[in-house]
Design a protein around this ligand. Structure first.
Ligand code: ACO
Length: 310
């Protein structure tokens, strides 16, 4: 059976926070943020909007694009590091809001690689014949775990959600290969402390990401007996433009073939890959039969890559 993405959706809060706005909060400046990270602005959700609200709207978009009803969904997986609360899961909250009464529901915790873990978990359930349609959402409200007095992290993050409906697609299309990985020993480089704030060793995460993103991309392409020239579109985790550019250059992929939403939205953790994918679909950057690679890394440390034929 060929299993792929039937529809995508994304949601972004309307509240835009520019680098100049952050200059009023911490000792930073627009030039430093732009040159070190590629970020110009980000969206931050207000107090009234929690992770589940963003996940719900992204899910509605994905269902609509897939031309399916909430009742058609057998399983909801929400990748997030910022659930509204530890339980009920965000997946259960949106199961209720969507009216997806036939769906099982759980959250997936793999930080910024969470959507990749969700996507591949969805594929396994469909492969076995247990389920037909799985809704995979990546949603994070990082602003609630950001230390707004720490200039080394607070300039990086934004809030948002992206979603995909996974199901059977026609022959030759869909997910062709994948790689998931973890290195728990690297957990100390990026974690949530007891004050519920993100703590990050930026340089170590940077070194890991610059190596892992191209390595994983090459692995999933070579599993297919293809070369990097065959990649039509790359959707990397939007963590830092320098990490993304280093990966792109190592892969020899031209600039127009890489999703780049970091400038407008910053790093949205679990949401960044499905948001960038959904945006690229809506903008017509991904065409029928294109070979796409989604690749991400995150706290854990975790990573994942998927090659799929659109
Ligand atoms: N504004 C101005 N100056 C700053 C800021 C800021 N916002 N932040 C740090 N600086 C200063 C530092 O204090 C340092 O000053 P010093 O030389 O006087 O000590 C100087 O800038 C350089 O700091 P570095 O940390 O060396 O800067 P670097 O070039 O490494 O960039 C960055 C930092 C952007 C965080 C980079 O290391 C990075 O992107 N790392 C990867 C982060 C990442 O990808 N995280 C993803 C996971 S996030 C998640 O999973 C939720």
């Amino acid at each position: 059976m060929n299993i792929g993405i039937l529809g995508t959706g994304h949601y972004l809060p309307t509240n835009v926070v520019t680098n100049n706005d952050l200059e009023k909060i911490v000792d930073t400046n627009d030039e430093w943020i732009r040159t070190r990270t590629g970020i110009k602005e980000r969206r931050l959700a207000t107090d009234e909007v929690d992770t589940s609200d963003m996940a719900f709207h992204a899910a509605l978009g994905a269902l609509e694009e897939a031309n399916l009803k909430a009742e058609d969904i057998d399983l909801i997986l929400v990748a997030t590091v910022t659930p509204n609360t530890s339980f009920p899961s965000v997946a259960c909250i949106i199961q209720d809001q969507l009216g997806a009464k036939n769906a099982a529901a759980m959250d997936v915790s793999a930080a910024c690689a969470g959507f990749m873990y969700g996507l591949i978990t969805a594929k396994q359930f469909i492969d076995t014949g247990a389920y037909k349609h799985v809704l995979v959402v990546g949603a994070d409200k990082l602003s609630k775990i950001t230390d707004w007095s720490d200039r080394t992290t607070c300039v990086l993050f934004g809030d948002g959600a992206g979603a995909a409906v996974v199901g059977e697609v026609s022959d030759g299309k869909g997910i062709l290969s994948f790689e998931l990985g973890a290195n728990g020993a690297g957990g100390k480089e990026l974690y949530l402390n007891h004050d519920d704030h993100i703590i990050m060793n930026g340089r170590e995460v940077y070194k890991f990401a610059v190596r892992q993103m191209p390595d994983s991309t090459i692995k999933v392409i070579e599993q297919l007996g293809l070369s990097r020239d065959d990649v039509d579109y790359l959707v990397p985790h939007q963590a830092n433009i320098r990490i993304m550019e280093a990966a792109r250059e190592r892969l020899g992929i031209s600039e127009d073939k890489m999703a780049k939403s970091i400038e407008k939205f910053g790093n949205n953790s679990s949401a960044s890959i499905p948001m960038a994918l959904s945006e690229a679909v809506k903008e017509g950057k991904i065409k029928d039969n294109d070979l796409i690679v989604l690749v991400g890394f995150g706290g854990g440390l975790t990573w994942g890559a998927v090659a799929l034929r659109w």
